[in-house]
Design a protein around this ligand. Sequence first.
Ligand code: FE2
Ligand code: FE2
Length: 307
Amino acid sequence: MQAPVLQSVTVEILVDNFFDIFEPSKPGMVERAVLGRMPKPLLAAHGLAMLVTLSQNGKQTRILVDTANSPLSFFNNLEAMEHKVEEVDALFISHGHPDHYGGLMELLQRRGPGVPVYLHQDCYYPKLLVTPRGRVGPFALVRDNLVAGGAQLHENQGPALLQDMALLTGTVEATTSYEKPLPGFKRVVQGQEEPDPFSDEQALVLNVAGKGLVVIGGCCHPGIVNMTKYAQKLTGVNQVAAIIGGFHLTAGGDDLINGTIAGLKEMHPDLVLAGHCTGFKALTRMAAELPDNFMVSCVGTKVIIGG
Ligand SMILES: [Fe+2]
Ligand SMILES: [Fe+2]
């Protein structure tokens, strides 16, 4: 499926797990927040939200990718970064975990009816986590609530276009040996708990003229290398400009971290911006092994590709 060619893409990290005022910028590509120039402080939180601005033929479209873990972090940071809910043309929910849809219902309420919301049809299965300290959840994104909230739903299973400007991968094809759904993640299907295959998680794929693909994942439970390789296969574009998101690596152990770093190196992305659920150990390993193109995703960071 063709991914429409865009002139430029900017990705603003509205909510993420990290903030470090001393993380450097990369002029022309990655700009960090300058707290002293912002109208209010930024909040870091275990969640993810990004505002993605696409430029095509002089027209700009703004896509909100995920809505963080709660309205508290989401709306605080939206205001701190001087954006308004009215600017959002469409929403994309990366997968059905509550740290990605926590601000969604309040956003719909503030935005008013009719906003397009793109998500995989499997996002509605209740999800839970079984940890050494006990069970967490189940949590569910309730379709009826979204409809009642005025969302104009666009549900997909396979590849689909978002606003004729971006590609959604649909369920990700697994091709690497080291990226497997982690034990402990469950979903509930027809009343029965089962290991979560993460059929609901998909990447947002943007194709920037002269730069290549920008691949954005939420938690990347299907594996960031699987997701990027699948984006390359679907689009026929091999050049990778940026890979952005939470990579969920440390919890998977050294084999997953090592395999993923090797896989990322093979794809030669200009930028790897990882945060959220990636985990401290994996972040530090990537920082050491991808010194020229890895950067940690902090709240308030702005990535500029093309233009
Ligand atoms: Fe997450
Ligand atoms: Fe997740």
